[in-house]
Design a protein around this ligand. Sequence first.
Ligand code: CP
Ligand code: NVA
Length: 306
Amino acid sequence: MRHFLTLKDFSKEEILEIIALAGKIKQETKNREYKPYLKEKVLGMIFEKSSTRTRVSFEVGIYQLGGTALFLSSDDIQLGRGEPLKDTARVLSRMVDIVMIRTFRQERLEEFAKYSTIPLINGLSDIYHPMQLLADYMTICERGYNDNLSVAYVGDGNNIAHSWLMLASKIGFELRIATPKGYEADKKVLNDALEFAKMSKAKIIVSHNPKEAVKDAQVVTTDTWVSMGQESEKVKRQNDFQGFIVDKKMMGYAQKEAMFLHCLPAYRGFEVSDEVFEEHSEEIFDEAENRLHVQKAVMVWLDRHR
Ligand code: CP
Ligand code: NVA
């Protein structure tokens, strides 16, 4: 049995297999052919942080696959009152077929996985957001941008940046990350990515220079400067990230037809200008929609590997 806690645990071939399956499922969905790949299966969704896309896409996804979802907010279940995660894992393993967790520390996912006898999916942790990056890569592939791909990530060295590192180093494309000083990607994640990059021939460049990072990139991307759980640092972060907004001027350094991606929610006037966002809204909302298709593929894939 496999879990999906990070892209680190998946090979290039497996990632591409899931993206291809997502494409097939997307086409079927567009044709209104809802194949019951997960008939009568139940997905438990534990949320310790807020969500719009992850919650809706998983819930709609399992329903379209013939199953059903349980939304388990940590405020409502005993976990929030101190019941150990390992006990929650063993109870849910007896009752549902698959679990998704959105949480803080990655170690919580690892602990749950250790005691779980059913597949577990990471719906975002402080360190990784693998489902988002599968959707991002699917959106890039759909537009045929995956040949000789170069991606510039401008902003915080956070869970999204870390997931870009994992994706690039597994798939083997060029990734340039520019963060302000003090907001670099985690050293261990970067070192792991550099290690994988040796095999995949990915080119990974980290700097504090957004203009250099964006120069001639085919895809430009960013994320909020203030992730969930960092609300108390908001003012400091907004000051420290000055010069890192992706606006028309910044996009001007990229290739002419460059894509702009954003995992959402977006904060206009901070990490991205309203103009850039609206100009690229078609690909941004395709990216959001692809969460649905790719997560359906992940659930089917995990079910086939148990
Ligand atoms: N991108 C993303 O995961 O969105 P939500 O926080 O709304 O789930
Ligand atoms: N980095 C953001 C991503 C939200 C989808 C956060 O963790 O809040």
